[in-house]
Design a protein around this ligand. Structure first.
Ligand SMILES: [Cu+2]
Length: 475
């Protein structure tokens, strides 16, 4: 009996929670995006489903008035199917807030998806696509209360079958009012015993079948690429290996994101108070190499962002122990480190002091000022972006790398239909940017966070580190 209960529970547990979705990030599965749909500036939050196939929840906020209708469509990001979008669903407009729309879309398989968003209004219509990685993230256990209820129901079913069979043998051929004789009674007991044995065998085999199914499913649960750092002198070598996941995953199909195959963040532990943003170069198959700048001994956390040719992004993590001071070379190219003490630039987070509500899209605003508190007039793009932000929960369970356009890597975005049709739309390399950057992001979990913001001014990258608290309810 217990075996059947367990089997049913595992089965339901799998259906309820085979669970899913993320990443470019660690522990931050929701996708945030800002884009222009024709004349309309639109913010999008996409929450990938808990199960695959499953429904992705979509929230859309029009930044300007005049958006009357919004349509959404799920399409694979690459391949033949990406050319044949299904009919679009209309998102539902909020009655209280006419600039806010919601929708739900089925994502049918694991892998690289995109959600095409079309906005219509009196001033015109337009569309863009938002890449969304969807995958089984984990197999989650069932809640104890539901498990108990289902086990009890399974026990009732099993006992019911045995007692119905026993009763049928004992009394089915009797006239109303007659009592079964001892021969019928003993035969009924025998048949009931055989029935009980049969039920137990079915439960046992069912459980065995289920265990093997669950093991097969576990192989589809996402396991990030592994990265092993080795430091010799100031040369850091990162060796990448696949711990086994989908057979289609490769370690040699990375595509460049703002001109770099790997974006490596090195953050000093335990206080997350110094950050290096580096770009290791390929050094043989599944190997990357970086000449480090001067660094103190200590422990460091590494996060390395890559994007596969399918547009599927991953973040690899590792810890690095530096035993002796590194005599490094000066930073070059797009590499940066911070915060720089004595900098004449101040990055100011424009916010009230309240904690942030969990899982709600925020527009996080940072102003770049000179030493006198005046907005600077010499801000310039850093790797094509007005700014880069990294959100790290202090226990390191969350890491997200976000830009003013949102949490989607540019390399994934470049695979969407709109970007393929007009690559320049993706790489508007303005030479000058406003002294204010806005990042759309929603903190995925409650807790204490470090927020790293990087901007570039007069040829120099400036880094600032902030704290943020995230709570279950907005206060
Ligand atoms: Cu960035």
């Amino acid at each position: 009996m217990a075996a059947k209960g367990a089997a049913v529970i595992r089965l339901l547990g799998w259906i309820v929670a085979s669970a899913g979705a993320m990443l470019a990030h660690v522990g931050s599965p929701d996708v945030f995006f800002e884009g222009m749909a024709g004349p309309h500036r639109i913010f999008v939050a996409i929450r990938p489903p808990q199960v695959i196939p499953g429904v992705a929840e979509i929230e859309i906020r029009a930044a300007s008035e005049g958006v009357d209708r919004v349509f959404v469509t799920p399409i694979p990001l690459t391949g033949e199917a990406s050319k044949h979008p299904p009919v679009a669903d209309e998102a539902i407009r909020s009655k209280q807030d006419p600039a806010f729309f919601t929708g739900g879309l089925w994502l049918m398989t694991t892998g690289s998806w995109q959600v095409r968003v079309r906005a219509e209004g009196a001033s015109g219509r337009g569309e863009f696509s938002v890449p969304v990685p969807a995958l089984a993230q984990r197999t989650r256990g069932m809640e104890a209360s539901l498990a108990t209820l289902l086990a009890a129901l399974a026990l009732v079913l099993a006992l019911g079958i045995v007692s119905i069979i026993g009763a049928a043998v004992r009394e089915a051929q009797l006239r109303p009012g007659d009592q079964p004789d001892s021969r019928r009674l003993s035969r009924a007991r025998r048949v009931a015993l055989i029935a009980a044995g049969f039920v137990c065998a079915v439960l046992y085999l069912g459980n065995r079948w289920w265990i093997s199914e669950a093991a097969a499913y576990d192989r589809y649960v996402y396991k990030p690429l592994e990265m092993k750092p080795v430091l010799e002198g100031n040369r850091l070598t990162l060796s990448i290996s696949d711990p086994g996941w989908l057979s289609s995953r490769k370690t040699d199909d990375f595509i460049a994101d703002h001109g770099h195959l790997v974006h490596l963040f090195v953050v000093r532990l335990p206080h997350l108070d110094r950050v290096w943003h580096l770009h290791p170069e390929a050094d043989g198959p599944a190997r990357f190499r970086q000449e480090l700048p001067g660094m103190d001994p200590g422990r460091y956390q590494l996060w390395a962002d890559i994007v596969h040719a399918s547009g599927f992004p991953e973040t690899m993590t590792a810890e690095l122990e530096i035993a002796a001071p590194v005599k490094g070379r000066p930073l070059e190219g797009d590499d940066s480190a911070g915060p720089i003490s004595g900098s004449s630039t101040r990055i100011v987070w424009v916010r009230d002091g309240k904690p942030f509500p969990v899982r709600q899209m925020q527009l996080l605003r940072f102003r770049v000022e000179d030493a006198n508190g005046k907005p600077v007039d010499d801000a310039e793009p850093y790797m094509g972006m007005a700014g880069h932000a990294v959100f790290i929960r202090k226990d390191r369970a969350v890491f997200a790398h976000v830009h003013p356009s949102g949490s989607v890597p540019m390399a994934s975005l470049a695979l969407t239909k709109e970007a393929l049709a007009d690559p320049h739309a993706m790489h508007r390399m303005e030479t000058k940017v406003a002294p204010e950057v806005v990042f759309p992001y929603g903190f995925p979990e409650t807790g204490e966070y470090r927020v790293v913001v990087q901007v570039k001014r007069a040829g120099r990258v400036e880094t600032a580190i902030f704290d943020a608290s995230v709570v279950a309810e907005a206060k």
